[in-house]
Design a protein around this ligand. Structure first.
Ligand SMILES: [Zn+2]
Ligand SMILES: [Zn+2]
Length: 443
């Protein structure tokens, strides 16, 4: 049976307009049903989560992780294609005629050591960029994977509630911003159906049971900055015979912040950070070049264009002041901002608000970046939302001056698995059902 209640109020109005004979989702009954199913499935999800957590794999090395997820999805009844975009998975479940709804998880972990002390903490190591490193799921992609499998299982259990195709994708290499592009380049939307709507979630350092979302911009545009200032090397005691690139680099690092403070609209988000500055070998030699690496973050394309222009102009001006040749400037286009689709969000919003009440909150966009934007830019109207991971009392204590909460990418990041995954499964299942329901209404 379908968890639906008739639009009695609308019919009672006696409107002359022919209303579609379609019922609203009965969110309370659905939520109850999802929670009951979650409770019986949780032991398996918990084991999967802890196994993936203890054995993380880094960008494009996620072979064992992908194999585990493929087995889970086949057991649920999905048709699974492996090695899409190197280590990615596409899992399809067809359930009659209807739209295709995509749910994405990431597969990858980070090159760092876990220091949580949890019994299921990772001690695994790998080779990354030529060096041995520990590997840790400190961004919580393991939570996303467990929620993804749990959502798939729940939606199949509720298959009398929707018609269409589930397209569950597991993406490699989110942390290096390359996995979504790899899957798209490998025919994600040509070898497989192009989804009518897409969803993804990310965990974060706020109370479990809460879901944060936003309409429009959800995360930042990230561009890489490379500048080489070219000088003339010489003796540190004879500066007049040199053109000092260290001076140019130093001046640039300070002056470029005036692009932020004087050129950009102060009400708009924009950041430029120089994270690497290399020049010279010792104290008494003025080197002949200085190389800077930075990152540029923005939400809006016009702010982005303005910042690129200001950064280039500042670098050229600094070189001109020193009577140096023009610097080499490269701005590498990185990940684009996630822009949540207003219609997809509006549909999910009604259902999630009914299910979570005040724990479903609209929040400002976050300043990190996320390559889920690649699917959106490929034409899939989508919603990206966040779920909390910590005990609410611990969050309250942190707000009142207690120990700070370790965020994503901290060696101490430690979600509480059950309530976090439960929120992920419940919110994602309802979001997907809302999208099927909306399409079934023909809206
Ligand atoms: Zn991350
Ligand atoms: Zn992440």
């Amino acid at each position: 049976m379908r968890f639906a209640k008739p639009l009695l109020a609308a019919f009672a109005l006696g409107s002359m307009v022919a209303l579609p004979a379609h019922a609203e989702l009965d969110v309370a009954s659905l939520k109850q049903s999802i929670e009951t199913s979650f409770e019986s499935e949780y032991p398996k999800l918990d084991a999967l989560y802890k196994d993936i957590h203890a054995h993380p794999e880094i960008a494009f090395q996620e072979e064992k992780t992908a194999t585990k997820l493929a087995a889970e999805m086949r057991a649920i009844g999905f048709e699974v294609t492996e090695k899409v975009g190197k280590t990615g998975l596409v899992a399809l479940y067809k359930n009659g005629d209807g739209p295709t709804i995509m749910v994405r998880t990431e597969l990858d972990a980070l090159p760092m050591e876990e220091k949580t002390g949890l019994p299921y903490a990772s001690r695994d190591k790998t080779i990354w960029q030529g060096r041995e490193t520990f590997v840790t799921h400190s961004c919580g992609h393991d939570i996303h994977m467990a929620s993804w499998v749990g959502t798939a299982k729940t939606l199949v259990g509720l298959k009398d509630q929707w018609k269409g195709t589930l397209m569950f994708i597991a993406q490699p290499a989110e942390e290096v911003g390359a996995g979504a592009r790899a899957m798209l380049a490998d025919g994600l939307f040509t070898r497989f159906p192009k989804p009518d709507a897409g969803f993804a979630l990310h965990d974060g350092a706020f109370p479990y049971g809460y879901v944060n979302y936003r309409v429009g911009v959800g995360s930042s545009n990230a561009d890489g900055l490379y500048i080489k200032f070219k000088g003339r090397g010489g003796h540190g005691a004879v500066p007049q015979a040199t053109i000092d690139p260290v001076m140019m680099a130093s001046r640039f690092v300070v002056d470029v912040q005036s692009v932020i403070s004087r050129e950009k609209d102060p009400t708009e988000f924009g950041v430029v950070s120089i994270g690497s500055l290399h020049a010279g070998t010792t104290g008494n030699i003025i080197p002949d070049e200085a190389v800077l690496l930075g990152t540029i973050r923005t939400f809006k394309p016009d702010v982005r264009a303005k910042m690129h222009d200001g950064i280039e102009r500042t670098a050229k001006a600094v070189a001109a002041m020193a009577n140096a040749p023009a610097p080499d400037i490269k701005i590498a286009e990185g990940i684009k901002a996630v822009i949540n689709d207003p219609a997809v969000v509006a549909t999910a919003e009604k259902v999630l608000k009914a299910a979570f009440g005040d724990k479903f909150r609209a929040t400002p966009p976050v300043t990190p970046s996320e390559d889920f934007s690649e699917y959106i830019n490929a034409g899939v109207p989508s919603m990206f939302f966040n779920i909390g991971v910590y005990d609410p009392e611990r969050v309250a204590a942190a707000r009142n001056g207690g120990p700070p909460l370790p965020g994503n990418h901290s060696p101490l990041f430690a979600p509480v698995p059950k309530p976090t995954i439960q929120t992920g499964v419940t919110a994602m299942t309802l979001a997907v059902l809302s999208a099927f329901d909306q399409k079934a209404k023909g809206q």
